[in-house]
Design a protein around this ligand. Sequence first.
Ligand code: SF4
Length: 398
Amino acid sequence: MAGMKDTLALWKALAGRPEILLVRPSLVWFLNRYLGKFRVRNVGGRLILHSHLPPVNSPAYGRFIREHLRRRSDGPTHAQVGLSPLCPQKCVYCYNRGRKGRPMDTESILRVVRELKEMGVIWMGWTGGEPLLNRDIVRITESAAQDCAVKLFTTGCGLTKDLARDLARAGLFSVSVSLDDWREREHDRSRGRKGAYREALKAIELFLGVDGLHVGVSSVLSRSGIRRGETEELLAFLESLGVHEAWISEAKPSLPSFWSEDYVIAEDDRLRLVRLQDAYNKRDGLTVNYLGHFEGREYFGCNAGHKMVYVDAFGDVSPCVFTPMSLGNIRQRPLAEIVREMKSLFPSEESCFMNRNYKLLADVSGGRIPLSPEKARALLRKVGFGPRARFMRLYYSR
Ligand code: SF4
C-alpha cells in the first residue's frame, strides 16, 4: 500500500511541475519510460527513484527541467568533487592513482561548488580520497544542497553519529558506503585495509539511524565475479542489511593493472547486470542502480566531459572520475573555461569512453597517469567517438 501511495505522490509531484509542459514531448515520454523502471521511495518526504538523479520533488529536479530539458543549457548536469586527497584505503582499482599536487582548501572548494551550480550542475557527489576527512564537509554540503542534490561516497572511515546527523541536516540526500563483497576477507583485500569491512558495516548502521537519509552501498564488481554469479550473492547480502540502494558498477580500466581484456567487461556482462537490476526493481526491497544501465546506449550513454565533470582534491579537472586525465587545474585556468573546452572535446557517446579507449590511453601515457592536458588533447585527437545514446540523440534533435 505504501508503494501505491508513493507512486501516486510521484505522479502528483511530476504533474505539479507546469514547466514540464514546455519540454519537448519526446523527452518527457522518454524520461517517463526511464523513470518507470524504478520504484519510487519516500525518504523523509523526498521522492527518490535512485541516487544518480535528484529527488523528483526537489528544487534540483526543477532546475533539471528548466535549465537542461527546456533551455538545453550547455553546462554539465553532474559533478563529482574530491573533498580530501587523504584515504585510509588502498583499493586495487583506485581511480585516483598518480594524482597529486596541493589540495584545494575550503574556500576553493566552495568556489568550485558555486561555479558548478552556475554552469547548471544539479547533482554533486562528494568523493576523495575519503571526503569525511575534510573537516568542513558539513559547511560545504550546506553550500551546495539548497538547489542541488548532494550525495556522499565514503568508506565510512571517520564517521560518527553526530557527523551523520549533521550531514543530513546540512541537506545531504543520499550516501553510498563502499562495500564490494559480502565476505570480510575479500572486501578487506580489494580495499587494501584490514578492518575496512567492519568500518563499512558500522557506517551503514550509523547512517541508517539518521531520519530522512537515503542510504546505499556502492560496490565495484570484477568481471570474473560477474561471470561467476557473485553479484547475485552480493545483492542478497546487501538486501539483508536493510539499505535502500545498491549502486553497482564494474571495475573500470582506469589504471595500468586493469589495462587488459581479461578485466574489461563485454556487452553480455553489461546486459546481465541490466537484467539483474530490472528483476530486482520489479519487487519490493532493495533498489538496484547499475551505472552501466544509466550510461547504456538505450538511455543516457557516456557523458564524460559532456554532462559529467570531476574536480579532484587537487583542483585538476577530468571528464569523469574514471578517466585518468586532466584538462586543466582551477588554479591555472577558470573552471568554466576548462569545462567548456572539455565539452568541445567530448561529444557524448553511447558506450563507456574508458572501456573503449584504454588501449589508446596505454599507448599515449606510456603507463604514466593521469595524462597532462597536452597529452589528453593528443589522445583525444586519435579517438573516434561513436553515435550518441538514445536520450542524447533526442536531446540534441532539432
Ligand atoms: S567514461 Fe563515461 S561511461 Fe565510462 S565511467 Fe566515465 S562517464 Fe561513465
